[in-house]
Design a protein around this ligand. Structure first.
Ligand code: PMP
Length: 374
C-alpha cells in the first residue's frame, strides 16, 4: 500500500501512543477527584496545557479540549454567535472552509444569522479588499482557515487579523487544523484557534480550541463543568498528555520536516507535469504537503478508484465531504467546473519515502494511460 492521504489522518507516533497507554493505566482517576489520583491527573493536564501553549507561543490563551476539530469549530462559531448576538448577527467566512465550519454557518443562517463569503483570488488567498467591503459594525465573527484542506492554500492571517482588529465587536476564528504541526503558525492576533492532533501523529478523537481570555462562549455541551466551563465530561487526561507530546515532537523537527516534504513535493510535481492532461489546482501559496491536481476529462472518483485498486490511497475533496459533488474550493480558485469535477488530492508528510513516490508514479502512469485512452 502507498498512503498519500496524510492531510486526512496520520499514524500515531509510537512515543505518543506509549505515553497515552501509560497515562491511561497509571493516572486513570477523574482529574477533578479530590484524591491522590485526581490531583495527579489534574497536574498532568496542567502540564500538557502549558506545554501546548509554549509550543504555540500563546500563553495568554485558554485551552479547551474537545473530541476533534469538528467539535472545536462548532464551539468556537456557535459559541460566539449565541453569546454575542446582541452585538450583531453577521458572520464572514470563505468557501474554502471545512464542512465543520461551513455546516455551522449554514445552521446559523437557518436561524436568522447573516453569512457572507469573502471572494477568493486566483492564487487561492482571500481577497482582502472584499473582506474590507464586507466587514461592518454588526459583524461578530470572521472565520477563515489557516490552510485549507483541499488545495493546501495558506491564508494571509496577519493581514486578515489587522482588518478584523479595527472592529471591536468582531472576533477572528482560525481553523488551523491543516497548519499546526506542519508549518510555523503565528497565533498572536487571533481570538479563537482550532486544530486536532490526528493531523500531526497524535490521537484521533481529540481536538483543541484555543480561546483568548477576554472572550466568552456559550457552551454547546451542557451537564457539568468538569473538563472546563465550556466542555463538560470527565477530563481526557491521557488525550491531553498525548496531544502535548505529539505537538512537541512535531515542533522540534518542524523546519527539517517541512524542507523534506518540500523536496518530495517538488519532485512529484515535476514528474506529474510531464503528463499533458495534468494541471495543478494548488497554487504557489499551498503548503508542500498538499498537491491538488486534475486529469482532464477523468472524474476525480474514477482516478481515485483506479489508484485505490492498485493500493494507493489519495482523496477526492476532503474525506469529511464524501458526497460526489464538484469541489467548491477548486471551483472558487480556478473558476472551472471541469477542474472542480476532476480534482483530487495527494498529501505527503516526512514519512513519505522516495521509493514510495517512484512506485506511485509508475502506478499513476498506468492509471493515466488506461483512463485517458480514447
Ligand atoms: N478542519 C479542517 C481544515 C480539517 O482538515 C479537518 C479534518 N479533515 C477538520 C477541521 C475536522 O477535524 P476532526 O476530524 O478532528 O474533527
Amino acid at each position: 500500500m502507498i498512503y498519500l492521504d496524510y492531510a486526512a489522518d496520520t499514524p500515531v507516533d509510537a512515543q505518543v501512543l506509549d505515553l497515552f497507554c501509560r497515562i491511561s493505566q497509571d493516572a486513570f482517576g477523574n482529574a477533578n477527584g479530590a484524591h491522590l489520583l485526581g490531583k495527579n491527573g489534574k497536574q498532568l493536564i496542567e502540564k500538557a496545557t502549558i506545554n501546548i501553549k509554549n509550543q504555540l507561543n500563546c500563553l495568554n490563551m485558554e485551552i479547551i479540549y474537545t473530541s476533534g476539530a469538528t467539535e472545536a469549530n462548532n464551539l468556537a462559531i456557535k459559541g460566539v454567535a449565541r453569546n454575542y448576538r446582541e452585538n450583531g448577527r453577521h458572520l464572514i467566512s470563505t468557501c474554502l472552509e471545512h464542512a465543520s465550519v461551513s455546516g455551522c454557518l449554514k445552521q446559523l443562517q437557518s436561524i436568522g444569522y447573516e453569512i457572507d463569503l469573502v471572494a477568493i483570488k486566483k492564487d487561492g488567498t482571500v481577497d482582502l479588499d472584499h473582506l474590507k467591503e464586507l466587514i461592518r459594525v454588526d459583524t461578530i465573527l470572521v472565520s477563515i482557515n489557516y490552510v485549507d484542506s483541499e488545495l493546501g492554500g495558506c491564508q494571509p492571517i496577519e493581514s486578515i487579523s489587522a482588518i478584523v482588529a479595527a472592529y471591536p465587536n468582531c472576533f477572528f476564528h482560525v481553523d488551523a487544523t491543516q497548519a499546526v504541526g506542519k508549518i510555523p503558525v503565528h497565533l498572536d492576533q487571533i481570538d479563537l484557534v482550532t486544530f486536532s492532533p490526528h493531523k500531526f501523529f497524535g490521537l484521533n478523537g481529540m481536538g483543541v480550541l484555543l480561546k483568548s481570555d477576554s472572550l466568552i462562549l456559550e457552551p454547546q455541551i451542557h451537564g457539568g463543568t468538569s473538563t472546563s466551563y465550556y466542555r463538560s465530561g470527565t477530563p481526557f487526561t491521557a488525550g491531553a498528555g498525548a496531544t502535548a507530546l505529539a505537538l512537541e515532537l512535531c515542533m522540534a523537527e518542524l523546519e527539517e520536516r517541512l524542507a523534506q516534504v518540500a523536496l518530495k513535493s517538488a519532485w512529484l510535481k515535476k514528474q506529474l507535469s510531464a503528463y499533458p492532461l495534468v494541471s495543478f489546482n494548488s497554487t504557489e501559496h499551498s503548503i508542500p504537503h498538499i498537491l491538488n491536481l486534475s486529469v482532464k476529462g477523468v472524474k476525480a472518483q474514477a482516478f481515485q478508484a483506479a489508484l485505490s485498486d492498485q493500493e494507493v490511497c489519495v482523496s477526492t475533496k476532503s474525506a469529511c465531504s464524501t458526497d460526489n459533488t464538484p469541489s467548491r474550493s477548486v471551483l472558487a480558485v480556478t473558476g472551472s467546473r471541469d477542474l472542480a469535477r476532476t480534482s483530487w488530492r495527494i498529501s505527503l508528510c516526512h514519512l513519505t519515502t522516495d521509493s514510495e513516490l517512484q512506485e506511485f508514479m509508475e502506478i499513476f502512469d498506468f492509471c493515466y494511460k488506461s483512463l485517458t485512452k480514447k
